[in-house]
Design a protein around this ligand. Structure first.
Ligand SMILES: *[C@@H]1O[C@H](CO)[C@@H](O)[C@H](O)[C@H]1NC(C)=O
Ligand SMILES: *[C@@H]1O[C@H](CO)[C@@H](O)[C@H](O)[C@H]1NC(C)=O
Length: 501
């Protein structure tokens, strides 16, 4: 881990740890309020959480009060529309954060899909030492559950029409709401946006957000990088679908070195913004899924980011891929699915994922370690000189698989230019080797040969094979560019052959 990363993470975790030290020691007593909490379920008269409904004007919200049906009318609650409730997280400064208004606006900006957008404002309970705020999450969960139950009793309304969106500690609040609501049916959906890690990681499902808490639970993990055994966002899967953008541990554009750029944009506010950047990225990915609906980001099921980076996981078969954010396909599976994807550093976050597979024939005794660059030409655009590092010496006949992501939609891939990039040094060595072993005289016994490149586009699930444009010259040479085109002719021949057989 580079030290520039550690600074903000350390700072944030320091706050967590320090507040844990001041609070009571985490342990069984941390969640000891459960029995009392269950008792109060039926009798809750007033909530400490303020429920604010947002009408079309982007005002401050209209307060809905438990057991006051008149407030539903005053605020313009429409029981035939779905209810989306935003639940914020832990607060250091006692202020509602800016992303809340951005998310409200994004949810309200959907023409033809009106909904009741409510904020569960529990800031007075969240503005405490972390450990105490954690303890309050159960109470707030009960209050949310009480409000939903009361809605069902007061107006024609169903909990299956409810979508809770919880950020950080708010994700666990939503989970508790889902388990406290009781009854035979569950809340429709819960989205956990970088659900908080400290004091929740590794706990039993009833002590955190889990797939049991709603008919469908999706989660986005964006800041799970560990420091001193703790991470701000929870690492373990907590939903039916858990998305890990860029591996989930840290996010592009959130590097501490970009602080200067942020200061220019946001003034001194930038310091806290930079610290929260990766954590809050989960929210902005979700907002992006609402604002750029036509550019959905796809996540692909994979065991870890390493395999994903080799391009090994771009399958959509049997629900192995899903859409990140609001428009996720709600197919609950018994087993939680972990999905990976790459994103850009800012909105729109979508990238296009490609897997490439190349197999060299290396007739040199020693493995060679060249670096390559590929240019991709598609029906809608092109991308020049994408560097490729294979990470190890090229040995004979091994297949190399790697992931390439493009910010831009180049359409259907039609041509690949493959260039052996480095350096004059290699060219010299190569020439020397060629002089000693004059392969040129025996074309079939060449140095490094690349005949085909196989590609798969994640977003379209299209598979393609590319052949050297000039099939008589398949040798790679330093600094020389080779053109590969689709091998349709070849594959047709192949098909004819197999049919004939
Ligand atoms: C409530 O919502 C429904 C469905 O969107 C709509 O048809 C109806 O007009 C709304 N009622 C009011 C009073 O706005
Ligand atoms: C690699 O493949 C070539 C051509 O298919 C074959 O002649 C050669 O023996 C293979 N080399 C190794 C080490 O398997």
């Amino acid at each position: 881990m580079g030290s520039p990363f550690c600074v903000p993470i350390f700072f944030l975790l320091y706050i967590f740890i320090q507040s844990s030290a001041h609070g009571q020691s985490p342990g069984p007593e941390l969640f000891g309020r459960r029995p009392r909490a269950v008792e109060t379920q039926g009798s809750l008269q007033e909530t400490e959480t303020r429920f604010l409904l947002f009408k079309d004007d982007p005002g401050r919200g209209c307060r809905i009060r438990l057991h006051h049906p008149d407030t539903l009318q005053e605020c313009g609650f429409n029981s035939s529309q779905p209810l989306v409730m935003i639940v914020h997280g832990w607060s250091v400064d006692g202020m509602l954060e800016n992303w809340i208004w951005q998310l409200v606006a994004a949810l309200k900006s959907r023409p033809g899909q009106p909904m009741n957008v409510v904020l569960a404002d529990w800031i007075t309970l969240a503005h405490h030492h972390y450990t105490i705020a954690v303890r309050h999450t159960r109470l707030v969960g009960q209050e949310v559950a009480a409000l939903l139950r009361w809605l069902e009793e007061s107006v024609p309304f169903s909990r299956s029409n409810v979508h809770l969106i919880g950020y950080s500690l708010g994700a666990h609040v939503s989970g508790f709401a889902g388990s406290y609501i009781g009854g035979r049916h569950k809340i429709g959906r819960i989205t956990g946006l970088d659900a908080a890690g400290p004091l929740f990681e590794g706990t039993t499902p009833s002590d955190r957000l889990s797939p049991d808490d709603a008919d469908f639970v999706d989660a986005i993990h964006t800041f799970t990088r560990e420091h001193m055994g703790l991470s701000v966002g929870i690492k373990q899967p907590v939903g039916h679908y858990d998305f890990y953008p860029n591996g989930g541990s840290f996010q592009p554009g959130c590097h501490f070195l970009e602080l200067y750029k942020h200061i220019a944009q946001h003034g001194l506010h930038a310091i806290t913004q930079t610290i929260k950047c990766a954590h809050e990225r989960s929210v902005h990915l979700f907002i992006d899924s609402l604002l750029h609906e036509h550019m959905p980001s796809t996540g692909y099921q994979c065991s870890d980011m390493d395999s994903f980076s080799q391009g090994l996981c771009l399958s959509c078969k049997k629900g192995r891929c899903n859409t990140l954010g609001y428009h996720v396909h709600q197919q609950p599976h018994s087993k939680s699915r972990q999905l990976f994807l790459v994103t850009r550093a800012q909105a729109p976050f979508k990238v296009y994922h490609y897997q490439f597979k190349i197999q060299f024939i290396n007739q040199i005794e020693k493995p060679v370690e060249p670096t390559f660059a590929m240019s991709l030409l598609g029906t809608k655009g092109e991308m020049q000189r994408i560097p490729i590092t294979l990470g190890e010496g090229i040995t004979s006949n091994k297949t190399y698989s790697f992931l390439i992501t493009l910010d831009l939609d180049i359409g259907e891939l039609v041509m690949i230019k493959f260039k052996w990039e480095n350096s004059a040094v290699w060219a010299n060595i190569w020439n020397t080797v060629q002089t000693i072993f004059p392969w040129g005289t025996k074309p079939h016994y060449s140095g490094l040969v690349l005949k085909t490149i196989r590609a798969k586009a994640g977003e379209t699930q299209q598979r393609m094979t590319f052949c050297s444009e000039n099939s008589d010259d398949v040798q790679l040479h330093p600094i020389q560019e080779k053109v590969f085109v689709k091998c349709e002719v070849h594959s047709k021949k192949l098909k004819r052959k197999t049919r004939g057989a």
